[in-house]
Design a protein around this ligand. Structure first.
Ligand code: SF4
Ligand code: SF4
Length: 435
């Protein structure tokens, strides 16, 4: 694709990177074939190629965003299916991030949009705030019919009760006494995940500790920053990124870290991009790169580094048919697909592919809250594809997908790490008690 940025414009680091990406695009449109919004809406501007043109036009011509551009960019799920399909290696993720930041700087959204986006930014990225909202939602839920559609849709996605915690809140989770740890890792517990599904972090910690790995959870790290990043709120996101980089890097230098573990693939994708985001920051460049290099999804870390001790007993000797849902941030964002499937297969269960498994379930961070109509259609298609293969339960590696899919089916869904924990000596996951 030809570009027409001036030399002055190319002094800006983001323009410079985006220009290189635009040049790689050969307009072939292969990406449209696997884009969920293009498939549903059939409009060129709701596909990756059309969005690339919209972003290019704004940046090259220094144009402020307008209502039309915002509509089509907002409809993008950031699922990155287009990146897996693109034969030219176009990094659409960096383009859409740049486009969203430009929109946030140059476009004034209607009041209701601004209110909802600010509300999500304040509540979801801080676990304490989110917990307060969750408790309030429990009281409001019975009266949901009195609220506007948008609020009703948000309430529907909130869990019906506060989950129980079984592990104490600590900074360091040590391995069995007297044994020297074989490795030391930091765990990102996630701002939303630790409130609504603490059992995922608990299973991760138990499993790692049982295999001789010490786990640290720095108390000042809450969110990875991706919620604000995807809302285009770059200042807020940058504050979080910088704080996280500094805390983890200090820990790495002072006490040593073999990895930073993410058990939410949406967050892991962002951590792995810290290096790119701070590529021109002379103070943080090297540190951010190190954090990205250290980041591993839990399935990637277990498959590559841990000799798992599977235990067969009466409680887990039944063979289950499990549908593996590959979260977009996992398969397209991090290119991790085989690892979780291999891990689940090692438990002796049958893992089956979901038809059209490359297409998003509609969760996509805050997408199911902001673009509920499209998200519902994607969920309906996903559930229909899952139910066709009749699994006993579903496994995945991302809390957003777990919440979204659980909203559309009675088939139990759980995190991959909960299965591995169970088959290596941990408790049977609560959602499977009736199976
Ligand atoms: S990220 Fe997903 S929704 Fe957005 S353009 Fe690419 S394939 Fe389409
Ligand atoms: S597949 Fe890649 S090269 Fe082809 S139009 Fe899409 S982004 Fe451009």
């Amino acid at each position: 694709m030809q570009t027409h940025f001036s030399e002055e414009q190319l002094k800006d680091k983001d323009n410079k990177s985006s220009e290189k990406i635009f040049r790689k695009c050969v307009h072939c449109g292969f990406c449209n074939a696997t884009c969920p919004t293009y498939q549903l809406l059939g409009d060129e501007l709701d596909g990756p190629r059309g969005r690339i043109y919209l972003i290019k036009d704004m940046l090259e011509n220094n144009k402020p965003a307008n209502e039309k551009v915002v509509k089509h960019i907002d409809r993008c799920l950031s699922c990155y299916s287009c990146m897996t399909t693109c034969p030219s290696g176009v990094n659409y993720m960096h383009l859409i991030d740049h486009g969203r930041n430009h929109i946030e700087k140059t476009y004034k959204r209607p009041f209701s949009d601004r209110f909802i986006r600010n509300f999500l930014s304040v509540t979801l990225s801080k676990s304490t705030n989110f917990k307060i909202v969750l408790i309030l939602s429990l009281f409001i839920k019975p009266f949901r019919f009195f609220f506007p559609k948008k609020i009703r849709e948000m309430l529907d996605l909130m869990p019906g009760k506060l989950p129980n915690k079984t592990l104490p809140k600590m900074k360091v989770y040590r391995t069995e006494k007297k044994k020297k740890p074989v490795a030391r890792v930091a765990l990102l517990t996630g701002c939303v995940q630790k409130v609504i599904s603490p059992q995922i972090n608990e299973a991760t910690i138990r499993l790692l500790n049982r295999h001789g790995i010490e786990v640290i959870v720095p108390k000042d790290i809450d969110c990875c920053g991706s919620l604000n990043h995807h809302l285009g709120k770059s200042n807020l996101a940058n504050q979080t990124f910088k704080k996280n980089i500094s805390i983890w890097h200090n820990e790495y230098i002072k006490n040593g870290l073999d990895a930073i573990i993410s058990n939410t693939s949406g967050c892991g994708t962002t951590l792995k991009d810290y290096g790119f985001m701070f590529r021109s920051d002379k103070d943080l460049k090297k540190k951010a790169k190190k954090i990205s290099e250290l980041t591993k999804d839990i399935s990637e870390y277990l498959e590559e580094n841990v000799k798992l001790n599977f235990i067969k007993n009466k409680k887990n000797d039944k063979e289950y048919k499990i549908a593996y849902h590959s979260a977009c941030s996992m398969q397209h964002g991090q290119k991790i697909h085989k690892e979780p499937i291999n891990l689940i297969k090692k438990t002796g269960n049958q893992v089956i592919d979901i038809p059209d498994g490359h297409i998003c379930c509609g969760s996509a961070g805050t997408y199911n809250l902001l673009q509920n109509d499209i998200a519902k259609k994607l969920l309906k298609n996903k559930i229909s594809n899952i139910e066709k293969i009749k699994p006993q339960f579903i496994a995945t590696g991302n809390i957003g997908c777990i919440t979204q899919i659980a909203n559309g089916t009675k088939i139990p869904i759980l995190h991959t790490v909960e299965i591995i924990d169970w088959y290596t000596g941990g408790p049977k996951p609560g959602v499977l008690r009736k199976l």
